[in-house]
Design a protein around this ligand. Structure first.
Ligand code: B12
Length: 219
């Protein structure tokens, strides 16, 4: 089987909520030395397809829950492999969380894992994090960057409130928002500096944005 085939089969297995097949394929690809980031990309596409089926009423809430559970197990398989690839110097502190009203955390957890592998110190405040908690955390953590995750359209107002409060309380560093449903329109609406729908681009952005700050910091 070539790479395109295994990729398509994994996407289909996730889309069809075929737990055993999906996990077996992930194990197989890891054993063959495949890049875990490519496996994540395929799983993310499968999750997007699950969302499409939910929108078409072909799946109900149980389908989303099942997909979430499959993805969580995939991440358990991938995590040790990704964590072996730790690289770089200490890269700075990041305050991260899923905003108020939103409990989607699979994407945020991938971002956390990849950032940690690039030696960022990640202060992850979990899900459904209120604007007040984010703002309160900024003082003790002194983050070089704040990352907000959110997948629900309803979460955009929470992002906006969080950013307004962080800025009002004096946080001046970069703020990145992430989540598969975002578009270029959301970024100015919520007042963020950057946005992304994939973790790898997110980590690259964090590296670029923080390296300037680290160079400017006194030893
Ligand atoms: C799995 C899932 C769930 C699971 C979540 C499990 C979990 N622990 O996270 C459960 C069952 C809990 C769930 C619940 C709901 N869900 Co849901 N869910 C999904 C689904 C199918 C997949 C999401 C996912 O995990 N994707 C995989 C990850 C890896 O992708 P990602 O999150 O985008 O993350 C990547 C990037 O965006 C980026 N990233 C993410 N965050 C950040 C942050 C930073 C700082 C950076 C740099 C990058 C970054 O990196 C990640 C890796 O590349 C989506 C479909 C979709 N199209 O997304 C619907 C979806 C998001 N859900 C939806 C809905 C409607 C709901 C419910 C309201 C359903 C209900 N009736 O109750 C509830 C809401 C609960 C709540 N209050 O939050 C809708 C949202 C529609 C909208 N526009 O508002 C979607 C889009 C489905 C659909 N098409 O209708 N859901």
């Amino acid at each position: 089987m070539n790479n395109t085939d295994t990729s398509a089969i994994l996407i289909a297995a996730i889309t069809d909520l075929q737990e055993e097949t999906a996990l077996a394929l992930v194990r197989q690809r890891l054993d063959a030395g495949d890049d875990p980031l490519l496996i994540i990309e395929d799983c993310q596409e499968g999750m997007r397809q699950v969302g499409v089926r939910y929108e078409r009423n072909e799946y109900y809430l149980a389908g989303l829950i099942m997909a979430g559970e499959i993805f969580r197990q995939v991440m358990e398989l991938l995590q040790p492999v990704v964590e072996r690839q730790v690289s770089g110097q200490s890269s700075g502190r990041i305050l991260l969380g899923t905003v108020e009203g939103d409990i989607h955390d699979l994407g945020k957890n991938i971002v956390n894992m990849l950032l940690s592998c690039h030696r960022f110190v990640v202060h992850d405040r979990s899900v459904d994090v209120s604007p007040t908690i984010f703002a309160e955390q900024a003082a003790p953590v002194q983050p070089h960057l704040v990352g907000l995750s959110g997948l629900l359209t309803n979460a955009y107002d929470a992002m906006r409130e969080t950013i307004t409060l962080l800025r009002a309380q004096g946080y001046q560093g970069p703020i990145i928002i992430g989540g598969g449903q975002l578009s270029e329109k959301v970024c100015p609406y919520v007042g963020a500096d950057h946005w992304t729908i994939d973790a790898v681009t997110g980590v690259e952005l964090c590296q670029q944005l923080i390296s300037g700050q680290m160079q400017a910091e006194p030893d």
